[in-house]
Design a protein around this ligand. Structure first.
Ligand SMILES: N[C@@H](CCC(=O)N[C@@H](CS)C(=O)NCC(=O)O)C(=O)O
Length: 215
């Protein structure tokens, strides 16, 4: 049986839960981190010495680091939509996973979501928020351009490439922030919103995080 540790308000945990349901996996979800705590227990640190969520256990395999978990689940349990058989096809998936981790998520989740939403108003660094918003404009336009070519990031069907960037969209569109015109991203967002697993795990109200700097 697969076990997934991590609080459902964590965007990284949301990626894993979303994928697990897309793959129709049976799993036990154990909330951990934030107010659920438990990340500094010896049992948890034995699984992930970094004391961070998400973590999964699948049989004898324990995996931490979100995108490694996504790749593991796709390799171990994926169908043709989530597994690639040629290096070129795999690289198309990998580049969007890595681009999300190294470009989009720092700009949106760290710069805007933390800087603007989670940081109390009297501690805002307005110039840093402006810079992050400008970077988000460029990056979401980049996504928009790609999504003008194919309905999903790696082709005609939802794949692993869509999970990290797609997880940003609910918060990106819910926040009261300026956004550029993004017709292809909005159409993609509608396609994602039609999926029950996305509704359940990503479209989750996040008001509990407002003005909250502590995990
Ligand atoms: N690079 C790690 C980052 C993990 C991480 O920082 N997770 C956050 C939640 S998104 C965490 O564990 N925070 C502590 C907590 O929630 O208590 C990954 O992608 O898995």
């Amino acid at each position: 049986m697969l076990t997934i540790w991590g609080r459902g308000s964590s965007y990284n945990v949301q990626k894993v839960l979303w994928l697990a349901d897309e793959l129709a996996l049976d799993y036990i979800h154990r909330p951990a981190g934030g107010e659920d705590g438990g990340l500094d227990s010896p049992e948890f640190l034995a699984m992930n010495p970094n004391g961070r969520i998400p973590v999964i256990q699948d049989g004898d395999s324990v995996v931490w680091e979100t995108h490694s978990i996504l790749r593991y689940l796709a390799a171990a349990h994926g169908n043709d939509d989530f597994r690639r058989t040629t290096p070129a096809a795999q690289s198309l998936v990998d580049r969007w996973l890595d681009w999300s981790l190294s470009e989009l998520e720092p700009a949106f989740f760290s710069g805007v979501f933390w800087g603007f939403y989670r940081t109390p108003g009297d501690q805002h660094d307005d110039a840093a928020i402006e810079r992050s918003l400008a970077k988000c404009d460029r990056l979401y336009r980049r996504l928009d351009s790609r999504l003008g070519e194919t309905p999903f990031l790696s082709g005609d069907q939802l794949g692993l490439a869509d999970i990290p960037a797609g997880t940003t969209l609910y918060r990106y569109f819910e926040l009261e922030i300026p956004r550029p015109t993004l017709p292809n991203v909005e159409a993609w967002y509608q396609r994602l919103q039609a999926r029950p697993a996305y509704q359940q795990h990503v479209m989750r109200p996040f008001g509990e995080l407002y003005g909250r700097l502590a995990y």
